[in-house]
Design a protein around this ligand. Structure first.
Ligand SMILES: Cc1cc2nc3c(=O)[nH]c(=O)nc-3n(C[C@H](O)[C@H](O)[C@H](O)COP(=O)(O)OP(=O)(O)OC[C@H]3O[C@@H](n4cnc5c(N)ncnc54)[C@H](O)[C@@H]3O)c2cc1C
Length: 381
């Protein structure tokens, strides 16, 4: 079904991203999975090509086009080759908006140019060993000192880009006696005394993604590293999370489309009982069902992208997109593995990696159960 949300400018940008992904990402991704992270140089190359921070004003080094469809194109092209280790979407779609919305001009001048150039890799640390879904219960504290600075103490886990990150937005309680109203966002930079990284976590998939634990032990955070206002952190998170969820939905549909395309090709080629396995009615029915569902999912996500561009995507619509499409990609990769037979279980086949890589999408960015809570609440339940 025709996609109507992209203009000729978007398609030209897609061609640039596609070339970068085909030439500089896909051939190396296996090696990055072995080493557990992507090289810093990849970020600089992406920065030089204008693939990072497209929506950041030119005055701060960005592309100067406030249009999330460009972000979506970067995500889609990475998913087209199964490049689950490249953390650009987290940087572009999740971290940048906090700085654009809440940083002062001085802060923007300090941090955004490096982020757009790929010199400064970013992360956001919300989740803690003891709490993930219930953000109001975070125990990391940032206590204000008489000179206005903060002393940051706590531990974060499951942080995407955590090993490579030069700049981390840390969710902490500046008022530990309060719940949501006590949360603030602080920018912590690599090299600050007391900021250390733990293990690169041993995940079942996304092996090239450097997901890590981060520790903050009496880190002195200057007053001008506070983002926005003290105590407003939770409100800022709630404003930004729909875009994060839409980003995940874009990845989910793109990943599902890729898995399906690969499986159709496999089913045309692989023979059993003297005929291509795709010619069995069961295979055709499965693939037809998946094709239908991916098409429906893509249309819904495209509509969400349109609404987001118009500033009208609601929290529940973003939650619907995240929940439904990540369930969708789960169904798609599972059934595609089945159609690959034993080869579907071998890591040398992209579908096997897609199978493990996709699983986490139902968990991060807010679990799908939390998405349903959000949707249910907006129904007055
Ligand atoms: C690969 C990966 C990358 C990640 N990247 C980041 C990152 O960059 N930054 C970051 O801060 N975090 C990140 N996360 C963390 C992720 O967002 C959390 O894992 C997620 O929010 C769930 O939190 P939790 O793991 O503590 O699970 P819990 O909150 O303990 O949930 C466990 C189960 O209980 C269910 N549950 C909890 N509350 C409710 C409820 N009210 N109603 C119904 N069911 C409920 C959940 O749905 C889930 O099924 C990442 C995680 C992974 C695995």
């Amino acid at each position: 079904m025709e996609r109507r949300i992209f203009t000729a400018d978007h398609e030209a940008f897609r061609a640039t991203v596609a070339r970068f992904v085909d030439d500089e990402v896909a051939p190396h991704h296996d090696a990055w999975e072995e080493q557990g992270h992507v090289p810093r140089e990849l970020w600089r190359r992406a920065g030089a090509l204008g693939l990072l921070c497209t929506d950041v004003p030119e005055a701060y080094g960005g592309g100067g086009v406030a249009d999330f469809r460009y972000n979506a194109i970067v995500t889609e092209e990475l998913c087209r080759v199964g490049a689950s280790g490249v953390g650009f979407p987290l940087h572009n779609d999740v971290v940048v908006p906090y700085l654009l919305a809440h940083a002062t001009d001085v802060q923007k001048r300090r941090w955004l140019p490096g982020m757009a150039a790929g010199e400064t890799i970013t992360a956001i640390a919300m989740t803690e060993p003891g709490t993930g879904s219930d953000l109001g219960a975070v125990t990391t504290t940032a206590l204000r000192q008489p000179d206005g600075s903060y002393v940051l103490d706590g531990a974060k886990t499951f942080v995407t880009n955590g090993i490579l990150a030069d700049l981390v937005i840390v969710v902490a309680k500046t008022d530990p006696s309060a719940a949501h109203g006590g949360i603030s966002l602080l920018v912590v930079e690599a090299g600050m005394a007391g900021f250390t990284r733990g293990r690169k976590l041993d995940k079942i998939g996304m092996h090239a993604q450097d997901t890590a634990e981060l520790f903050f032990d009496g880190v002195q955070v200057p007053a001008d590293h506070l983002l926005g206002e003290e105590g407003q952190g939770f409100a800022y998170l709630m404003q930004a999370l729909p875009q994060e969820r839409l980003s995940i939905a874009v990845a989910a549909v793109a990943g599902a489309a890729t898995a399906l395309e690969q499986t159709v090709a496999y089913c045309k080629e692989r023979q059993a009982f003297g005929r291509p396995i795709g010619s069995f009615q069961n295979s055709r029915f499965v693939l037809a069902e998946l094709q239908t569902e991916v098409t429906i999912g893509r249309q819904f996500v495209d509509r969400c992208l349109e609404l987001h561009h118009e500033g009208r995507l609601s929290i529940d619509e973003a939650a619907m997109a995240k929940y439904w499409t990540t369930d969708l990609v789960g169904r798609v990769v599972d059934r595609c593995v089945q159609l690959h037979g034993g080869y579907g279980y071998m890591r040398e086949y992209p579908i096997a990696r897609a199978y493990v890589d996709a699983r986490v999408q139902r968990i991060f960015g807010g679990t799908n159960e939390i998405m349903k809570e959000i949707i249910g609440r907006t129904m007055g339940l």
